[in-house]
Design a protein around this ligand. Sequence first.
Ligand SMILES: *Cc1c(COP(=O)(O)O)cnc(C)c1O
Length: 392
Amino acid sequence: MTTPSFNPPIRTLMGPGPSDVHPRILEALSRPTIGHLDPVFIEMMEQIKGLLQYAFQTENPLTMPVSAPGSAGMETCFVNLVEPGDKVIVCQNGVFGGRMKENVERCGGTPIMVEDEWGKAVDLAKVEAALEQHGDARILAFVHAETSTGARADTKELVELAHRHDCLTIVDSVTSLGGCELKVDEWDIDAIYSGTQKCLSCTPGISPVSFNERALQKVRKRSSKVQSWFLDLNLVMGYWGSGQKRAYHHTAPVNSLYGLHESLVMLQDEGLEKAWARHRKMHDALKAGLEAMGINFIVDEAHRLPMLNAVSIPEGVDDASVRSRLLSEYNLEIGAGLGALAGKVWRIGLMGYSAKPENVLLCVGALEAVLTEMNAPINTDVALGKVQHELL
Ligand SMILES: *Cc1c(COP(=O)(O)O)cnc(C)c1O
């Protein structure tokens, strides 16, 4: 028996990532592979840096894609900035703040946790109290868009607080980049990482990062070596640094970078603010439909993310069987709850190319059909009209 080729089904991806990948990006991925030190490739690398500066709204020269998924962007920030003995204030109101804590510990640092309930935004007053109590803290780390709950952090205000207390900031923007307002220079964020498979609608496996001069100074002043060889920025910059003189560090994922380039060109063509507005509009349409059915959001309106919609599962409804029917009957993927929210919420993603009218109609229509058939306690025959009205 020979193993046949793998042909995945065509799905609509409305979970917490990956999101639907635009055909233009899939086509770009299949272009001929060239050498990663080829002068033509290096020219494209320079364009990627410029396009990422636009997406992050920064002029930081150190703005580049790490050759690994969002989690590696997270590690890049922590391993370069945290030295053994450093105190780091970490905000946790979901899964990803917990990973930041793990990172600090593995770097030999001491995490000071500021915890909020899952689904709530990071509490500024608690962060201020922690900064005052721990005057020797060096860094404040938090998640801009908490994908496990759909809560947005008040990023500009948190960065201001940190700087008033002489702390650098590490910001997780894996889910926010390209999907909602994010201004690295204007908000004065020191180190930030993101991912390609959420609102950039590219394939998973690449992590854009950006460091400002203040953050780089901390890296340069380290008294110990960065413990990760692969993620040590001093070494990575030999390859991604400026100019045409590049040294081999690792073999860049050549075709994946074609895909990232294409996705960033598409973002530039649409315009960053238009992309943010599109995510908002699709969120409003989805919300109108779900609320008409009687399905409610868990995050307060002011801190609700447009690209990650966490909603309560109606009483008595079996989470897993709804999701499996959506997948098998409608080729539609939505996300399950994580950790404290497992079995209690669905996470509906409207990320990048997935944030479009036909997806909202499909999701609301399919969910209503499945729930109606299960005799779930929802209002029927009203949701799609509300969605259509919002999309006009
Ligand atoms: C998805 C995600 C990550 C991790 O990205 P991977 O590409 O899965 O490694 C980190 N932080 C947040 C907020 C995310 O949503």
